[in-house]
Write a protein that binds this ligand. Sequence first.
Ligand code: GDP
Ligand code: MG
Length: 166
Amino acid sequence: KSGFVSIIGRPNVGKSTFLNRVIGQKIAIMSDKPQTTRNKIQGVYTTDDAQIIFIDTPGIHKPKHKLGDFMMKVAQNALKEVDLILFMINAEEGFGRGDAFIIERLKEVSTPVFLVVNKIDQVHPDELLPLIDHYKSLYPFAEIVPISALQGNNVETLIEQIKKYL
Ligand code: GDP
Ligand code: MG
C-alpha cells in the first residue's frame, strides 16, 4: 500500500511535531512562531506493508491579500491530489475561526478527511467529547483520532487507520 497524506490545521496545532515523530528525523521546521513551514515538505514513512508520503501543506488559512489568495489555490489543489487529509486540531484551544475557514475548504474537495485531535495530554478526557461532537456536527469526518504528537499517545493507531485509506 502506498499513498499521499496531507496534514492541515491552524498554526501550532502540532503538525510538524507529528511529522517529526512519525518520520523519526527532523524533516519539518519546528517553531512556536506561526507559519514557519513555508514549503511543502514531504516525509516518507515506510514499513513492510505500507509507504505513506506525508505533505506538510501550508497556506490553508484566511487570505489577507492577493498572494494569500493564490497560495490558497495552490494548497486547495494539493488537497485534491492526495489520498487522505489529516485535519489536525489542538484539543487545548478548541474550535476557532481558523478551523471554520479550513472546514469550508474541506467541503470543496472529495478527499477523505480524518479529524486528528492533538495535544490530548493537555486536556481532561471529559472535555474531549463535547469538542469532538462540535467538529462532528460541522463535517463528516472519515475517522476521528485523538493523539498526543509530543508524547506519542495513539500515534500508532493513527498510522494503522491511515493505511486503511491508501
Ligand atoms: P505546527 O505549527 O502545526 O507545525 O505546530 P508544531 O509542531 O510546530 O508545534 C507547536 C507547539 O506545540 C510546539 O511547541 C510543540 O512542542 C507543541 N506540541 C505539539 N504537539 C503537542 C502535543 O501533543 N502535546 C503538547 N503538550 N504540545 C504539543
Ligand atoms: Mg509546522
